[in-house]
Design a protein around this ligand. Structure first.
Ligand code: IMP
Ligand code: MG
Length: 193
């Protein structure tokens, strides 16, 4: 067995169950891409703003499903450290490359949990005077919300489970799983946070 095969075997052994499989993800993303195309009809200068790191997979698939011209830019944000709960403290690790004043900005997030990250991002970005600012999230955990957030596009509402895969990590691993999975509880057993 090669090193890569061994690592993949170990990662798959950590999975409890698959919550959303690859087909379901792609079908839902196509539906939302179609809606975005219709909603942004006649609005030039659409910018998909990917929230790193977790948003990179969904941004890549969503962007290729939207046929109208658009730009992409990236913002690095951290709110968790190594824990499974948001601290409420959001840090910008990497800012956008270009100004957003006068542009139609669609934030692309992997997941909205407490809402702290998005609330902070929204306020920060609104101060830069975009023409419009909307939120897309692949996953939403409504039962965990601490701050009210208006989401324009939601892929899936999910229960209060910590999920990994399709860009989402636990302590920087499992992002490469091609589906959304719930990991076995013992994966988190060593955690203090
Ligand atoms: P919030 O600030 O509590 O809404 O947290 C949002 C961020 O926390 C997301 O962008 C993710 O990076 C991370 N996050 C929240 N829930 C999960 C999860 O179930 N798995 C992996 N990361 C998560
Ligand atoms: Mg994230």
């Amino acid at each position: 067995m090669s090193q890569v095969e061994k690592i993949m075997r170990d990662i798959y052994a950590d999975i409890d169950y698959v919550l959303i499989d690859e087909d379901k993800l792609q079908v839902r993303l196509q539906e939302l891409a179609d809606r975005i195309e219709a909603d942004y009809e006649g609005k030039d200068d659409l910018l998909l703003l990917c929230v790193l790191k977790g948003g990179y997979t969904v941004l890549s698939d969503l962007s290729r499903k939207i046929k109208r011209p658009h730009a992409v830019d990236f913002m690095g944000v951290s709110s968790y450290g190594g824990a499974t709960k948001s601290s409420g403290e959001v840090q910008i690790l990497m800012d956008l490359k270009s100004p957003i004043a006068g542009r139609h900005v669609l934030i692309v997030e992997d997941i909205i949990d407490s809402g702290h990250t998005l609330n902070y991002l929204r306020r920060t970005l609104l101060a830069r005077n975009p023409a419009s600012l909307e939120i897309f999230t692949l996953l939403n955990k409504p039962s965990r919300r601490e701050i009210d957030i208006s989401i324009k596009y939601t892929g899936f509402d999910i229960p209060d489970e910590f999920v990994c895969g399709y860009g989402l990590d636990f302590d920087e691993i499992y992002r490469n799983l091609p589906f959304i999975a719930v990991m076995k509880p013992e994966v988190f057993a060593h955690l203090k946070g």
